[in-house]
Design a protein. Structure first.
Length: 175
């Protein structure tokens, strides 16, 4: 009888006590950048940002839009007005920016490692995923079916454990 009462008491306590909530809480909607020894993390106005955590493999930003690994040198520009960016020893040319139909990614020399190219809209949805083959110097991305807006073009190399993110403006009619 004592065991039955003990287990009943434990069961009652277990269902009445509420545990810690594991739901993320929003710190704020902010813009800015986070810096570490050799990485930079940028986010823009309107992105729900929870936390920034540096790791051995890059940096992890957690938000309601989409968690994203990002690693790039501090001197890598991400402005729309800057079409040329660097990743490791390679120089990438992203043109035209703004784009209406086809976006071209060019490399200053032949690609020596496998690279993935993704295009994300600002809600974090992946719109396109392509492989940048080893040995190629350029890849064209068809953005003609995308609505006007700002997109993030991300180049990622699993071999190099490095990535580059560039903001691209998609406009249906470019003046």
């Amino acid at each position: 009888m004592k065991q039955l009462l003990f287990f009943s008491f434990c069961f009652f306590i277990a269902i009445t006590i509420r545990g810690q909530s594991f739901e993320p809480q929003l710190i704020g909607v902010v813009n800015g950048a986070g810096y570490d020894a050799d990485i930079q993390l940028d986010w823009s106005v309107g992105e729900s940002f929870i936390t920034f955590q540096p790791t051995d493999f890059g940096a992890l930003s957690e938000g309601f839009i989409q968690p994203m690994w990002l690693r790039r040198p501090l001197d890598t520009p991400t402005e729309i007005t800057e079409p040329t960016v660097r990743m490791d020893d390679y120089q990438w040319i992203v043109s035209p920016n703004p784009v209406s139909n086809n976006l071209r990614l060019q490399l200053d020399r032949r690609n020596e490692w496998l690279c993935y190219v993704t295009i994300l809209d600002y809600s974090g949805k992946m719109k396109l995923l392509k492989i940048f083959p080893v040995g190629d110097r350029q890849i064209d991305l068809d953005m003609s079916g995308f609505p006007s807006g700002i997109y993030l073009v991300r180049l990622f190399s699993p071999e190099k454990k490095t990535s580059l993110t560039v903001k691209v403006l998609k406009a249906d009619k470019i003046q």
